[in-house]
Design a binder for this molecule. Structure first.
Ligand code: SF4
Length: 447
């Protein structure tokens, strides 16, 4: 929809993308960059050096929205000095289109996640525009040639969500579930493997409800096909909904040699009362059964989860049930947040009954509890030698590298030679609550 037509010609040469949020947004930014690249634009390494600034946004938490408006505030004076075009993309664009123009009239266009295929047109039009229409079909975007990492790539397999958990804004920002055709996913991954990618993450808000639109093949079928792609070494998938996590998928994790023994299974809360209010569609008992199932079939599986504290109606005994889930499962990692009401969600209509200081105190307690679990787990890894994909190197010290093991734990290690992009063996020599420290073990070297 054109809000204000502009006859001024606009032809940018350079672009800068600022990304907020999750892996899905990082992957979307890679696609956006490819679209701009195909339009003849080149990346700039700061907003000051670019003619086009795109802010790719996240709406999952209130805080990320605040960050967007503060970033836009900083661009206001800059736009007065230079003829630039500013676009807001992503989930906040979809959710807050009117508010963005009201609070930041210097924004030129707003594009929701379902409309990136229109980006070229919006960049060059010079008009003030909004593109937030929904589409029910999958619209393939150009495959990014340049990615954030040269070793590990995100590959989107589905978008949106049909679950409508009462706290979650995703169904309103990404729409209903849409599945990417299986042949397009395989083509992209084959190309990535041919160009040296070692690891891929299959991405979607709810990957275990994936179905190829043509054949109906599911995530397990897809994993089996990806597992056959030569050159690739590790396959991960995120995010899984506990309701859709089943024995067949756990079996695939156990027998497909490239599928990492790592599972992110968001529990969100430990009490059945809160799980019902959240409309998560499983009980704590059912969740624990799924954990037992995956541990039975994949005994060395590394488990992580998401937790929300202070959901409306959460009382001390509900919160203690959440701590109890942590105690019982012994997760390898958790992502924990204070509840904040999100627009249009069902929970936003409930009284936000837990005072802020109680939410804060519970979050600290939860994180301390988990910190101790992780410290104990990491301590037990000392002396072990493990396979690590080196994904980073220190800018300051050329002997320091970082990477991840199969469990997706962060490992910082020293190496006398450059091992960036390689699989290496690392001996764990120290640990902290959130990462491990190690040293390179050369082949033939005794550990
Ligand atoms: S399953 Fe995940 S993405 Fe879907 S509504 Fe629930 S929290 Fe949001």
């Amino acid at each position: 929809m054109t809000l204000v037509a502009n006859t001024k010609h606009f032809s940018p040469h350079t672009y800068y993308i600022h990304t907020f949020g999750c892996q899905m947004n990082v992957n979307d930014s890679e696609h956006i960059a490819e679209i701009l690249h195909q339009a003849g634009l080149r990346p700039a390494n700061s907003p000051e050096k670019s003619d086009l600034i795109i802010i790719n946004t996240c709406a999952v938490r209130e805080k990320s929205e605040e960050k967007l408006f503060s970033f836009l505030g900083r661009l206001k004076t800059y736009k007065k000095k230079k003829n630039i075009r500013i676009g807001v993309t992503g989930c906040v664009a979809q959710l807050r289109r009117e508010e963005i123009f009201r609070k930041a009239p210097h924004v030129d266009f707003v594009v929701g996640p379902d409309n990136y295929y229109r980006l070229q047109e919006l960049v060059f039009s010079g008009n003030k525009e909004v593109a937030t229409a929904w589409h029910t079909d999958w619209r393939e975007l150009p495959t990014p040639l340049k990615r954030t990492s040269p070793i590990s790539a995100y590959v989107t397999i589905m978008e949106g969500c049909n679950n409508f958990c009462t706290y979650c804004v995703v169904p309103f920002t990404r729409g209903r579930e849409k599945y990417r055709p299986l042949n397009l996913i395989l083509d992209e991954i084959k190309k990535l493997a041919d160009s040296g990618y070692q690891e891929i993450h299959l991405l979607g808000q709810n990957v275990n409800s994936y179905q190829d639109p043509e054949s109906g093949q599911d995530l397990v079928d897809l994993l089996e096909r990806v597992n056959q792609i030569e050159g690739l070494q590790w396959i991960r998938f995120i995010t899984s909904h506990p309701r859709n996590f089943h024995r067949r998928l756990a079996e695939a994790m156990a027998h497909l040699e490239k599928v990492c023994h790592q599972l992110h299974l968001p529990v969100q809360a430990g009490s059945n009362k809160i799980l019902t209010l959240m409309k998560r569609q499983y009980t704590r008992e059912e969740y624990l059964e799924k954990i037992a199932l995956v541990r039975e079939l994949v005994p060395d599986v590394s488990l992580s989860t998401d937790i929300i504290v202070g959901f409306p109606g959460e009382e001390e005994e509900d919160f203690e049930q959440t701590l109890d889930i942590l105690r019982k499962v012994q997760f390898d990692n958790i992502f924990s947040f204070r509840y904040s009401p999100r627009p249009r969600t069902a929970a936003a209509r409930l009284p936000d009954s837990v005072p802020l200081e109680v939410k804060r105190e519970r979050l600290v307690r939860l994180q301390n509890w988990q910190r101790n679990i992780q410290l104990a787990k990491h301590k037990a890894l000392c002396g072990r030698v493990m396979k690590v994909l080196c994904t980073g190197r220190s800018k300051k010290d050329p002997s320091q590298f970082s990477g991840r093991n199969e469990a997706y734990q962060v490992i910082n290690f020293a190496s006398p030679r450059d091992v960036f992009g390689q699989f290496v063996q690392v001996k764990i020599i120290d640990y902290g609550p959130y990462s491990l420290k190690g040293e390179l073990v050369e082949s033939g070297e005794k550990s």
